[in-house]
Design a binder for this molecule. Structure first.
Ligand code: SF4
Length: 335
Protein backbone atom coordinates (compact mmCIF):
# COMPACT_ATOMS: atom_id res chain seq x y z
CA UNK A 1 0.00 0.00 0.00
CA UNK A 2 1.52 3.28 -1.16
CA UNK A 3 4.94 1.59 -1.36
CA UNK A 4 7.85 3.97 -1.81
CA UNK A 5 11.51 3.26 -2.47
CA UNK A 6 13.54 6.43 -2.80
CA UNK A 7 17.33 6.40 -3.08
CA UNK A 8 19.19 9.49 -1.89
CA UNK A 9 22.64 10.38 -3.23
CA UNK A 10 24.72 13.18 -1.78
CA UNK A 11 27.54 14.91 -3.62
CA UNK A 12 29.44 18.20 -3.94
CA UNK A 13 30.87 20.40 -1.19
CA UNK A 14 30.21 18.85 2.23
CA UNK A 15 27.82 16.51 0.40
CA UNK A 16 25.27 19.30 0.34
CA UNK A 17 23.81 18.41 -3.05
CA UNK A 18 21.02 15.90 -2.63
CA UNK A 19 19.57 13.85 -5.48
CA UNK A 20 16.54 11.68 -4.76
CA UNK A 21 15.75 8.89 -7.21
CA UNK A 22 12.12 7.85 -6.89
CA UNK A 23 12.55 4.25 -8.05
CA UNK A 24 9.18 3.23 -6.60
CA UNK A 25 6.84 6.13 -5.98
CA UNK A 26 3.74 5.27 -3.98
CA UNK A 27 2.36 2.14 -5.65
CA UNK A 28 -0.47 -0.08 -4.39
CA UNK A 29 -1.49 -3.52 -5.61
CA UNK A 30 -2.50 -6.93 -4.27
CA UNK A 31 -0.95 -10.30 -5.00
CA UNK A 32 -3.56 -13.02 -4.58
CA UNK A 33 -2.68 -16.45 -3.22
CA UNK A 34 -1.86 -18.92 -6.00
CA UNK A 35 -1.79 -16.37 -8.83
CA UNK A 36 1.01 -15.03 -11.01
CA UNK A 37 1.16 -11.26 -11.10
CA UNK A 38 3.31 -9.82 -13.89
CA UNK A 39 5.23 -6.57 -13.35
CA UNK A 40 6.14 -5.10 -16.73
CA UNK A 41 7.70 -1.97 -18.17
CA UNK A 42 10.93 -0.78 -19.76
CA UNK A 43 14.25 -0.84 -17.88
CA UNK A 44 14.32 1.86 -15.21
CA UNK A 45 10.58 1.80 -14.50
CA UNK A 46 10.96 0.43 -10.96
CA UNK A 47 10.12 -3.26 -11.44
CA UNK A 48 13.27 -4.65 -9.84
CA UNK A 49 13.19 -2.13 -6.98
CA UNK A 50 9.60 -3.23 -6.29
CA UNK A 51 10.67 -6.90 -6.29
CA UNK A 52 13.63 -6.24 -4.02
CA UNK A 53 11.42 -4.27 -1.67
CA UNK A 54 9.01 -7.22 -1.47
CA UNK A 55 11.80 -9.54 -0.33
CA UNK A 56 13.21 -6.70 1.83
CA UNK A 57 16.65 -6.66 0.21
CA UNK A 58 15.79 -2.98 0.05
CA UNK A 59 14.04 -1.40 3.01
CA UNK A 60 11.12 0.65 1.67
CA UNK A 61 11.29 4.35 2.47
CA UNK A 62 7.51 4.55 2.86
CA UNK A 63 4.21 2.69 2.64
CA UNK A 64 3.31 -0.82 3.68
CA UNK A 65 4.03 -4.38 2.53
CA UNK A 66 1.19 -6.30 4.10
CA UNK A 67 1.86 -10.01 4.11
CA UNK A 68 -0.68 -12.59 5.26
CA UNK A 69 1.15 -15.63 6.62
CA UNK A 70 -0.11 -19.22 6.21
CA UNK A 71 -1.72 -19.09 9.68
CA UNK A 72 -3.74 -15.99 8.68
CA UNK A 73 -1.77 -13.42 10.71
CA UNK A 74 -0.99 -10.23 8.82
CA UNK A 75 2.29 -8.37 9.21
CA UNK A 76 3.86 -5.28 7.65
CA UNK A 77 7.18 -6.34 6.15
CA UNK A 78 8.08 -2.74 5.26
CA UNK A 79 8.52 -1.71 8.89
CA UNK A 80 9.46 -5.09 10.35
CA UNK A 81 12.76 -5.03 12.28
CA UNK A 82 15.60 -7.00 10.64
CA UNK A 83 15.71 -9.43 13.57
CA UNK A 84 12.25 -10.73 12.67
CA UNK A 85 12.77 -10.92 8.90
CA UNK A 86 14.44 -14.37 8.59
CA UNK A 87 11.16 -16.10 9.42
CA UNK A 88 9.46 -14.37 6.46
CA UNK A 89 12.45 -14.64 4.14
CA UNK A 90 11.88 -18.39 4.26
CA UNK A 91 8.37 -17.87 2.90
CA UNK A 92 9.28 -15.29 0.25
CA UNK A 93 12.14 -16.19 -2.09
CA UNK A 94 13.63 -14.62 -5.19
CA UNK A 95 14.85 -16.03 -8.50
CA UNK A 96 17.40 -13.72 -10.08
CA UNK A 97 17.85 -12.91 -13.74
CA UNK A 98 21.28 -14.21 -14.52
CA UNK A 99 21.89 -17.87 -13.67
CA UNK A 100 25.57 -17.37 -14.54
CA UNK A 101 26.25 -14.83 -11.79
CA UNK A 102 23.63 -16.08 -9.31
CA UNK A 103 25.68 -19.19 -8.49
CA UNK A 104 28.97 -19.33 -6.61
CA UNK A 105 31.42 -21.09 -8.99
CA UNK A 106 33.16 -22.75 -6.02
CA UNK A 107 30.02 -24.46 -4.72
CA UNK A 108 28.71 -27.76 -6.04
CA UNK A 109 25.03 -28.14 -6.93
CA UNK A 110 24.55 -29.93 -3.62
CA UNK A 111 26.11 -27.06 -1.65
CA UNK A 112 24.08 -24.46 -3.56
CA UNK A 113 20.79 -26.16 -2.70
CA UNK A 114 21.80 -27.23 0.81
CA UNK A 115 23.00 -23.78 1.93
CA UNK A 116 19.57 -22.26 2.77
CA UNK A 117 18.57 -25.52 4.50
CA UNK A 118 21.69 -25.41 6.67
CA UNK A 119 21.54 -21.68 7.41
CA UNK A 120 17.91 -22.00 8.50
CA UNK A 121 18.64 -25.26 10.40
CA UNK A 122 15.88 -27.01 8.48
CA UNK A 123 17.73 -30.24 7.71
CA UNK A 124 21.07 -31.92 8.29
CA UNK A 125 22.87 -35.20 7.68
CA UNK A 126 20.99 -37.85 5.70
CA UNK A 127 17.80 -35.79 5.67
CA UNK A 128 19.68 -32.94 3.98
CA UNK A 129 21.01 -35.25 1.26
CA UNK A 130 17.54 -36.66 0.63
CA UNK A 131 16.09 -33.16 0.36
CA UNK A 132 18.77 -32.10 -2.15
CA UNK A 133 18.01 -35.13 -4.32
CA UNK A 134 14.28 -34.46 -4.09
CA UNK A 135 14.76 -30.82 -5.13
CA UNK A 136 17.01 -31.76 -8.04
CA UNK A 137 14.31 -34.16 -9.26
CA UNK A 138 11.59 -31.52 -8.83
CA UNK A 139 13.39 -29.13 -11.17
CA UNK A 140 14.22 -31.86 -13.70
CA UNK A 141 17.93 -32.35 -12.88
CA UNK A 142 19.46 -35.77 -12.38
CA UNK A 143 20.51 -36.50 -8.76
CA UNK A 144 23.95 -37.63 -9.93
CA UNK A 145 24.61 -34.01 -10.99
CA UNK A 146 24.81 -32.95 -7.34
CA UNK A 147 28.61 -33.01 -7.18
CA UNK A 148 29.04 -30.88 -10.30
CA UNK A 149 30.14 -27.26 -10.19
CA UNK A 150 28.07 -24.55 -11.98
CA UNK A 151 30.45 -24.33 -14.97
CA UNK A 152 29.51 -27.92 -15.88
CA UNK A 153 25.84 -26.98 -16.33
CA UNK A 154 24.19 -25.36 -19.35
CA UNK A 155 22.33 -22.04 -18.95
CA UNK A 156 18.95 -23.75 -18.59
CA UNK A 157 20.33 -26.25 -16.06
CA UNK A 158 21.84 -23.44 -14.01
CA UNK A 159 18.48 -21.69 -13.89
CA UNK A 160 16.90 -24.97 -12.74
CA UNK A 161 19.50 -25.03 -9.97
CA UNK A 162 18.65 -21.46 -9.00
CA UNK A 163 14.97 -22.45 -8.89
CA UNK A 164 15.77 -25.52 -6.74
CA UNK A 165 17.57 -23.29 -4.25
CA UNK A 166 14.65 -20.83 -4.19
CA UNK A 167 12.23 -23.72 -3.50
CA UNK A 168 14.38 -25.44 -0.89
CA UNK A 169 12.58 -23.82 2.06
CA UNK A 170 9.07 -24.45 0.71
CA UNK A 171 8.28 -20.77 0.06
CA UNK A 172 4.75 -19.45 -0.49
CA UNK A 173 5.67 -16.46 -2.64
CA UNK A 174 8.42 -16.38 -5.27
CA UNK A 175 9.58 -13.14 -6.86
CA UNK A 176 11.11 -13.99 -10.25
CA UNK A 177 13.12 -11.10 -11.67
CA UNK A 178 13.60 -11.56 -15.43
CA UNK A 179 13.99 -15.26 -14.65
CA UNK A 180 14.10 -16.39 -18.28
CA UNK A 181 15.49 -13.30 -20.03
CA UNK A 182 19.09 -14.53 -20.16
CA UNK A 183 18.14 -17.89 -21.69
CA UNK A 184 17.83 -19.10 -25.28
CA UNK A 185 14.29 -19.21 -26.62
CA UNK A 186 13.96 -23.03 -26.54
CA UNK A 187 15.38 -23.24 -22.99
CA UNK A 188 13.13 -20.35 -21.97
CA UNK A 189 10.04 -22.38 -22.91
CA UNK A 190 11.26 -25.32 -20.78
CA UNK A 191 11.87 -23.13 -17.72
CA UNK A 192 8.44 -21.49 -18.12
CA UNK A 193 6.85 -24.95 -18.25
CA UNK A 194 8.77 -25.87 -15.11
CA UNK A 195 7.57 -22.75 -13.28
CA UNK A 196 3.96 -23.52 -14.25
CA UNK A 197 4.27 -27.17 -13.13
CA UNK A 198 5.84 -26.19 -9.79
CA UNK A 199 3.10 -23.65 -9.19
CA UNK A 200 0.44 -26.28 -9.84
CA UNK A 201 2.10 -28.89 -7.62
CA UNK A 202 3.05 -26.63 -4.72
CA UNK A 203 0.41 -23.88 -4.82
CA UNK A 204 3.07 -21.20 -5.28
CA UNK A 205 2.31 -17.53 -5.80
CA UNK A 206 4.56 -15.68 -8.24
CA UNK A 207 5.44 -12.06 -8.83
CA UNK A 208 6.93 -12.30 -12.30
CA UNK A 209 9.05 -9.32 -13.35
CA UNK A 210 9.69 -9.10 -17.09
CA UNK A 211 9.99 -6.77 -20.03
CA UNK A 212 9.01 -9.63 -22.37
CA UNK A 213 5.27 -9.28 -22.91
CA UNK A 214 4.82 -12.56 -24.79
CA UNK A 215 6.21 -14.43 -21.75
CA UNK A 216 3.95 -12.39 -19.45
CA UNK A 217 0.89 -13.20 -21.57
CA UNK A 218 1.71 -16.90 -21.36
CA UNK A 219 2.43 -17.07 -17.61
CA UNK A 220 0.55 -14.35 -15.74
CA UNK A 221 -3.02 -14.11 -14.44
CA UNK A 222 -2.86 -10.37 -13.92
CA UNK A 223 -0.48 -7.65 -15.07
CA UNK A 224 0.70 -4.39 -13.52
CA UNK A 225 2.37 -2.00 -15.96
CA UNK A 226 4.93 0.35 -14.39
CA UNK A 227 6.30 3.65 -15.67
CA UNK A 228 8.81 5.81 -13.74
CA UNK A 229 8.05 4.25 -10.36
CA UNK A 230 4.26 4.25 -10.75
CA UNK A 231 1.71 1.62 -11.69
CA UNK A 232 -0.06 3.05 -14.75
CA UNK A 233 -2.32 0.11 -15.59
CA UNK A 234 -3.42 -2.99 -13.70
CA UNK A 235 -5.84 -5.72 -14.71
CA UNK A 236 -6.31 -9.31 -15.83
CA UNK A 237 -3.88 -10.45 -18.52
CA UNK A 238 -6.79 -11.11 -20.85
CA UNK A 239 -8.19 -7.57 -20.40
CA UNK A 240 -4.84 -5.83 -20.66
CA UNK A 241 -3.83 -7.67 -23.84
CA UNK A 242 -7.25 -7.38 -25.51
CA UNK A 243 -8.16 -3.85 -24.41
CA UNK A 244 -5.12 -1.90 -23.18
CA UNK A 245 -6.25 1.52 -21.97
CA UNK A 246 -3.07 3.37 -21.14
CA UNK A 247 -1.09 4.78 -24.10
CA UNK A 248 2.11 3.36 -22.58
CA UNK A 249 0.65 -0.16 -22.41
CA UNK A 250 -0.66 0.25 -25.95
CA UNK A 251 2.78 1.26 -27.19
CA UNK A 252 4.46 -1.67 -25.39
CA UNK A 253 1.97 -4.13 -26.89
CA UNK A 254 2.26 -2.60 -30.36
CA UNK A 255 6.00 -3.28 -30.22
CA UNK A 256 5.56 -7.04 -29.57
CA UNK A 257 6.57 -8.87 -32.77
CA UNK A 258 3.78 -10.93 -34.31
CA UNK A 259 5.39 -14.19 -35.45
CA UNK A 260 2.32 -15.41 -37.37
CA UNK A 261 2.19 -13.51 -40.73
CA UNK A 262 -1.51 -14.29 -41.13
CA UNK A 263 -2.35 -12.42 -37.89
CA UNK A 264 -2.09 -8.69 -37.50
CA UNK A 265 -1.19 -6.95 -34.26
CA UNK A 266 -4.42 -5.30 -33.06
CA UNK A 267 -2.38 -2.21 -32.21
CA UNK A 268 -0.78 -0.02 -34.81
CA UNK A 269 0.81 2.68 -32.63
CA UNK A 270 4.18 3.94 -33.87
CA UNK A 271 7.20 2.96 -31.74
CA UNK A 272 7.72 5.02 -28.59
CA UNK A 273 10.08 7.93 -29.00
CA UNK A 274 12.60 9.04 -26.40
CA UNK A 275 13.76 7.41 -23.20
CA UNK A 276 12.10 6.57 -19.91
CA UNK A 277 12.09 9.77 -17.81
CA UNK A 278 14.76 10.19 -15.14
CA UNK A 279 13.17 9.03 -11.85
CA UNK A 280 15.29 11.66 -10.06
CA UNK A 281 13.75 14.41 -12.14
CA UNK A 282 10.48 13.20 -13.65
CA UNK A 283 8.34 15.54 -15.79
CA UNK A 284 5.47 17.23 -13.91
CA UNK A 285 1.89 16.03 -14.29
CA UNK A 286 1.65 12.68 -16.04
CA UNK A 287 5.26 11.40 -16.20
CA UNK A 288 4.50 9.87 -19.59
CA UNK A 289 3.37 13.14 -21.25
CA UNK A 290 6.62 13.94 -23.16
CA UNK A 291 6.29 10.59 -24.99
CA UNK A 292 2.50 10.35 -25.19
CA UNK A 293 0.91 11.00 -28.62
CA UNK A 294 -2.38 11.94 -26.90
CA UNK A 295 -1.05 14.39 -24.29
CA UNK A 296 -3.29 17.40 -23.57
CA UNK A 297 -2.71 20.52 -21.50
CA UNK A 298 -3.96 18.93 -18.27
CA UNK A 299 -1.42 16.08 -18.67
CA UNK A 300 1.46 18.56 -18.28
CA UNK A 301 0.26 19.80 -14.90
CA UNK A 302 -1.96 17.20 -13.18
CA UNK A 303 -0.81 13.68 -12.30
CA UNK A 304 -3.59 11.21 -13.17
CA UNK A 305 -4.56 8.91 -10.26
CA UNK A 306 -4.90 5.16 -10.75
CA UNK A 307 -8.66 4.61 -11.04
CA UNK A 308 -10.99 1.80 -12.02
CA UNK A 309 -12.50 2.13 -15.50
CA UNK A 310 -15.85 0.83 -16.73
CA UNK A 311 -14.26 -2.39 -18.03
CA UNK A 312 -12.91 -3.18 -14.58
CA UNK A 313 -9.21 -2.58 -14.81
CA UNK A 314 -7.24 0.23 -13.24
CA UNK A 315 -5.65 2.94 -15.35
CA UNK A 316 -3.73 6.14 -14.55
CA UNK A 317 -4.67 8.33 -17.51
CA UNK A 318 -6.95 11.39 -17.68
CA UNK A 319 -8.43 10.06 -20.92
CA UNK A 320 -8.65 6.33 -20.15
CA UNK A 321 -12.34 6.17 -21.16
CA UNK A 322 -11.78 7.97 -24.47
CA UNK A 323 -8.72 5.97 -25.51
CA UNK A 324 -9.62 3.18 -27.90
CA UNK A 325 -7.24 0.88 -29.76
CA UNK A 326 -7.30 3.40 -32.61
CA UNK A 327 -6.42 6.42 -30.51
CA UNK A 328 -8.18 9.19 -28.66
CA UNK A 329 -11.87 9.90 -29.29
CA UNK A 330 -13.90 12.87 -28.07
CA UNK A 331 -10.91 15.15 -27.57
CA UNK A 332 -8.28 16.69 -29.77
CA UNK A 333 -5.30 14.42 -30.04
CA UNK A 334 -1.84 15.91 -30.39
CA UNK A 335 0.96 17.30 -28.31
FE1 SF4 B 1 -1.09 10.45 -22.19
FE2 SF4 B 1 -2.29 12.36 -20.79
FE3 SF4 B 1 -3.03 9.85 -20.48
FE4 SF4 B 1 -0.67 10.68 -19.56
S1 SF4 B 1 -2.69 11.34 -18.85
S2 SF4 B 1 -1.06 8.82 -20.67
S3 SF4 B 1 -0.06 12.14 -21.14
S4 SF4 B 1 -3.23 11.08 -22.36
Amino acid sequence: RNLTMHFTQRSGWFRRTRRVTRAVDGISFDVRTGETLGLVGESGCGKTSTGRSIIRTYTPTGGQLRYRAADGTEVDLATMPSSKLPEYRRQIRMIFQDPFSALNPRMTARDVIAEPLKVNKVAGGRELDDRVVELLRQVGLRPEYRDRFPHAFSGGERQRLVIARALSLNPRLVVADEAVSALDVSVRAQILELLVDLQRQQGLTYVFISHDLSVVEYLCDRVAVMYVGKVVELGSTEEIFARPRHPYTQALLAAVPQPDPTRRNILTQPPLEGEVADPADPPPGCHFHPRCPFAQEICRTDAPPLRTTSDGHQVACHFAEQLTLDGLTGATAGR
